[in-house]
Design a protein around this ligand. Structure first.
Ligand code: MG
Length: 256
């Protein structure tokens, strides 16, 4: 199932996206998409709704240096265990919404990433059971003020500005995430081109590691890390992250 959050003619809702092309529709989900989602029967042509960020996460856990070639371009070795950090929920924006470059940074980078969405409250999840606690997968852009990341020595400011966590365009509950092509384009020029099979710590290990530290809640997002090729964005540009089977997340870039 493809789960989206939509703005429809009468308000907002979660919806199941059905069909492709001109016949594509959004079928309203009652209440929330966790557990056994129930459809209300209301539906709209996809062209008549706007896709919002597919989830408003209680928290967003980022994973640092989880591709060897990105660890190398950042000037270090990949750590033996996952390195985690938090992004605030207020950083989330949906497809098509502008990433706003803050005036106090001179370098803001895109980071295309596979995003995992948690489906139930859980803690101390063994890697072998990680799949059972997931709602599905979407695309994330872990936007980072690179100069602030370096100068601050920790990452809350660099990763925490409003608009620094584009998510979308929807959550796929059925895709197998183990070996998907991931590509980031800036104004149509390919900047990152990798496969999720290159993740140093795979999704089961990440869920185990993070849930050993903190309770995970329905809707929490784990950003699994970015491959090599990160680089800066300028006002007026457009950044697109595509993952095989998950679609494309595109956001324009503006100043605040
Ligand atoms: Mg990242």
């Amino acid at each position: 199932m493809r789960i989206a959050r939509i703005a429809h003619p009468d308000g907002m809702a979660f919806a199941a996206l059905e069909g492709d092309g001109d016949g594509a529709e959004a079928a309203e989900i009652a209440e929330h998409p966790f557990g056994e989602p129930r459809l209300t029967g209301r539906r709209w042509p996809l062209a008549d709704v706007r896709l919002l960020a597919p989830i408003l996460p209680p928290k967003i856990i980022g994973i640092g240096k989880n591709y060897a070639d990105h660890a190398k371009e950042m000037g270090g070795d990949a750590p033996p265990d996952p390195v985690i950090f938090l992004k605030p929920s207020t950083a989330v924006i949906g497809p098509g919404v502008p990433i706003k470059l803050p005036p106090d940074s001179s370098r803001v980078d895109y980071e295309g990433e596979l995003a995992v969405v948690i489906g139930m409250p859980c803690r101390d999840v063994p890697a072998a059971r990680a799949k059972d606690v997931l709602l599905g997968y979407t695309i994330g852009n872990d936007v980072t003020a690179r100069d602030q990341q370096k100068s601050d020595g920790q990452w809350a400011r660099a990763k925490g500005h409003d608009t620094f966590c584009p998510l979308g365009p929807w959550i796929d509950t059925a895709v197998t995430p183990d070996d998907l092509a991931l590509r980031t384009e800036l104004d149509g020029e390919v900047k990152q081109d990798a496969r999720t099979s290159l993740l140093l710590h795979g999704i089961p290990r990440l869920v185990e590691w993070v849930s050993h530290v903190m309770t995970l809640l329905p809707g929490d997002v784990i950003l699994t890390g970015t491959p090599a090729g990160v680089g800066p964005m300028s006002p007026g540009q457009s950044v697109s992250v595509s993952i095989e089977g998950l679609g494309t997340l595109t956001n324009p870039v503006t100043t605040r």
